[in-house]
Design a protein around this ligand. Structure first.
Ligand SMILES: [Zn+2]
Length: 836
């Protein structure tokens, strides 16, 4: 016991009695507590709700519970980008704790066995505040954890005997902390309910997201971030029967719990999951009635995209439940329904956490049986499905293939490696996922393409087909084809740690086919080495080299031969990219001294961020360059960009945003003097409007002169939204922007109605939407007609500079590996591209 902890215990004794009176507000009953367990106030120094809990204090309290209560154990499941611990508490009675590994094993066995199911404990995962600025969940978790650790009496004893509670106090520690810091530092002693106050209006980029500004409640399926990786790993270790996901919504709203809108459920989720959700909802309704709180269900929010915390569990034999509390934002908020205090918001969240546990008790047998049936049914579903599996390959891209296999491994999806060629898939780099496995439903969710829907409104994206996003070559396999494919089980794939490397006195060739090639090129350039891009394919020593291969000569560099060996060895072993040492420039096709090799410039990148710019899209660029590729860049706000010396940069990246304050002359001058601008989505519109580019946009206003039924107004408007779908484009692979791509057909993600007309210059449209471009997801019949055959990427030249305009976002949510490449190509090769 450390000194600090000892003094905490002394505090416990003196403050417990009073603190307990205050906490009873949150439980709507006089609970008798074990006085040896510290209340939240004992550790935090304030009542829950008086201040927003910072993440470190939240951790401190949970650690104190784990130390003092034999009902509670705590593990650190991982760390966030900002190195905050990701906690998971296991709460159950002390006997269960001594036998916890066995209980876990028996619980997992429910997937395949019906033995004594009804007597087994039910597993409930209580999760909080994945959106950092929806903090009532995490603050409620203090009180829920205290109650479970310290409450006395028969009811709680019984519940803890029959239940394993997994409590994750903060799904998004970095966001929660950012928010607590903001609202606490703007709080007045006399609480200000004005919605206009600084306390209630966070500064950019706000705290909904994690460190790189990703919405973690979209990452349960792609699992690209450390928070989701830790969480999803624990999910599969336990396979909970219920998982809760506590959020906040607009301040004028009351309280929502699922079920959501019935017509917008994911079709892969069994109907029984919604029946159970509805049954559980009755317990919430009763508990909320008892404290006089208002609530609703089934009228908003959907259960469609499995990247969300309430839908992902539904495809895993669990019941995911979304809760949305009207937000107090800071500590007190004036609303249409009167003043809404943070404490009140917290009390509602505590109430539904406890009603969830009550429901789990009473529905225990049904939940466990449902879980068994869910997995038992997989075989039958697979045998009724005309699709029997999916074969896929990464085409010379080891890193991308590994990342894709890693996603499947994280979801416990079994993969087999081909042992024989299956045209056009070569056995060396191809895999098959068969549908006849436990994870039938989730596998379908990952690989499925869907173009017909019950409803035309979506809360989030309507398509996410991961092999398309990763740009994998892939094919559905029928029963007839399946028998032709020879494969063997490989279990969970490990990254290959070594790749052949040979030192050279003459030069090195870096292949551009691998996803990490830009990271390698950047490292070589930053080491001060001259790099050359080949625009012609050639053969050397029997090896074929495609356009886009990077040549690094040894002669006349600023580093010695030995130092160059060190750099090349480093990039080969760190990034696992193919680098070949060569001893001659006498290639077939073109010689290595050919004028078709361009000297490449090392990018010096400014990414425009700050107020008015989409923090999501900036964050996606930041994560790609900084985190994945180790490419240095500066995040710069518009105000600064208007005044800094732009000659420090040769590349400016602009994503969706409002650029009305950006000085046109400076940007125009930057391009004319040789700068490169890469613009995505609405940033392209600003450049076009200010005549920095020649891009013209499709007029996509709908005919508003017709009379339409008032009651269908929202529905009609919603149906014209492209919330997120996948489309086919056709690339000119001879254009440097598409070096490294293996096929002309490239799936792209689109979540806006911004469409570019084709450029009059035939070389300025290197990527176009096809004539019938929808691959997966929802788009209205009006919009698909407009989108067909439009340009997806355009190139403009002005003075000595270049602008590359993307109509879409190639870096969506960190899992669009397939289109990351064209964005990175634009950074490294964009300035070399000619249009006449
Ligand atoms: Zn939320």
């Amino acid at each position: 016991m450390n000194k600090h902890f000892f003094s905490a215990l002394l505090l416990v004794a003196s403050f417990t009695a009073k603190a307990q009176q205050n906490v009873n507000y949150f439980y709507n009953q006089d609970v008798k507590f074990d006085t040896s367990i510290p209340t939240p106030k004992n550790v935090l120094g304030f009542e829950v709700g008086e201040w927003h809990v910072s993440h470190d204090k939240l951790v401190e309290y949970m650690k104190a519970l784990a130390k003092t209560s034999n009902r509670v154990s705590l593990e650190i499941a991982g760390y966030t980008y900002e190195h905050r611990p990701i906690l998971l508490l296991t709460i159950t009675n002390p006997e269960n704790h001594t036998n916890i590994e066995n209980i876990k094993k028996e619980h997992l066995a429910i997937k395949t066995s019906t033995d004594d199911i009804a007597n087994k404990p039910v597993v409930v995962w209580l999760g909080h505040s994945i959106h950092g600025n929806e903090a009532s969940g995490s603050n409620a978790s203090l009180l829920v954890a205290y109650y479970l650790a310290a409450a006395q009496g028969e009811a709680i004893e019984k519940m803890l005997t029959n239940t394993i509670i997994l409590l994750d106090p903060s799904y998004n520690p970095d966001g929660l902390n950012r928010f607590a810091s903001w609202v606490n530092s703007h709080k007045s002693k006399n609480l200000d309910p004005s919605s206009l106050s600084l306390e209630h209006n966070e500064a950019w980029p706000r705290a909904r997201t994690n460190h790189y500004w990703f919405d973690l409640n979209r990452d349960w399926l792609p699992v690209q971030h450390p928070e989701s990786q830790a969480r999803v790993a624990n999910f599969y270790k336990w396979q909970p029967n219920i998982l809760t996901d506590q959020h906040e919504m607009s301040s004028n709203s009351t309280y929502f719990f699922q079920p959501g809108i019935p017509s917008r459920n994911n079709p892969l989720t069994p109907e029984k999951a919604f029946d159970l959700t509805r049954k559980i909802a009755r317990y919430h309704a009763k508990a909320m009635d008892a404290i006089g709180s208002q609530y609703y269900s089934e009228e908003s929010f959907d259960d469609y995209y499995p990247g969300k915390g309430s839908t992902f569990p539904d495809l895993n034999g669990s019941v995911g439940i979304l809760f949305e509390q009207g937000s107090a934002r800071g500590h007190l908020m004036g609303t249409e329904n009167g003043s809404l205090s943070f404490k009140f918001a917290i009390r509602n969240q505590v109430t539904t956490s406890l009603s969830t546990l009550e429901a789990a008790q009473e529905l225990r047998g049904e939940l466990l049986t449902y879980q068994n049936e869910f997995f038992a049914k997989a075989k039958e579903l697979a045998s009724n499905d005309v699709i029997k599996g999916y074969v896929f390959a990464g085409k010379g891209d080891l890193n991308k293939t590994n990342s894709f296999l890693q996603v499947l491994a994280r979801h416990k999806i079994e993969v087999e490696k081909l042992t024989d060629n299956y045209k056009p898939f070569s056995k060396d780099e191809s895999y098959i996922v068969k549908l006849n496995q436990e994870q039938y439903r989730l596998t379908k969710a990952i690989f499925d393409k869907r173009t017909s829907f019950k409803d035309s409104l979506f809360y989030d994206v309507s398509a996410w087909t991961l092999p398309l996003a990763f740009g994998m070559q892939y094919q559905e396999v029928s029963a007839k084809e399946l028998v032709k494919i020879k494969s063997e089980s490989i279990g969970i794939i490990k990254r290959e740690e070594k790749i052949a490397f040979e030192a050279s006195e003459y030069g090195y060739l870096l292949s551009w086919t691998d996803y990490m090639a830009p990271a390698a090129l950047n490292k070589i350039q930053k080491a001060g080495l001259r790099t050359k891009l080949t625009t012609h394919a050639f053969q050397l020593n029997g090896n074929k080299y495609a356009k886009g291969t990077i040549f690094i000569p040894v002669q006349n560099q600023s580093l010695s031969k030995d130092k160059i060996v060190e750099v090349m060895k480093f990039i080969s072993s760190t990034y696992l990219v193919p680098v070949k040492g060569i001893n001659s420039g006498d290639a077939d096709g073109v010689k290595l001294g050919s004028p078709s090799f361009y000297n490449l410039k090392s990018p010096k990148i400014a990414v425009v961020g700050g107020d008015g710019v989409s923090s999501y899209e900036v964050g996606e660029v930041w994560h790609l360059l900084d985190y994945r590729m180790n490419i240095p860049m500066s995040l710069i706000a518009i105000d600064q960009l208007n005044s800094v010396d732009l000659s420090k940069f040769n590349t400016i990246i602009m994503v969706s945003g409002n650029y009305s304050k950006l000085k046109v002359d400076r940007i125009s001058e930057f391009v004319k003097t040789g700068g490169l601008i890469i613009a995505t989505k609405s940033a392209g519109k600003w450049l076009s409007k200010n005549e920095i580019t020649t891009v013209t946009y499709v007029n996509n206003k709908i005919d508003s002169t017709q009379q339409r039924p008032y009651e269908l107004m929202d529905r009609y408007k919603g149906a014209q939204v492209i919330g997120g779908a996948i489309f086919e484009t056709k690339a000119d692979l001879s254009n440097p922007l598409f070096y490294g791509y293996a096929a002309t057909s490239i799936p792209v993600f689109r979540n806006s109605t911004i469409m570019m007309e084709r450029n009059k210059n035939a070389y300025a449209n290197p990527l176009m939407y096809t004539g019938s471009p929808l691959i997966s997801g929802y788009i209205s019949s009006i919009n698909i007609k407009k989108l067909a055959n439009t340009a997806a990427v355009q190139i403009d030249k002005a003075g000595r500079g270049t602008v590359i305009t993307f109509t879409d976002n190639p870096n969506f949510r960190a899992f669009w590996y397939g289109t990351n490449r064209m964005f990175l190509n634009a950074i490294f090769f964009g300035r070399e591209v000619r249009i006449k």
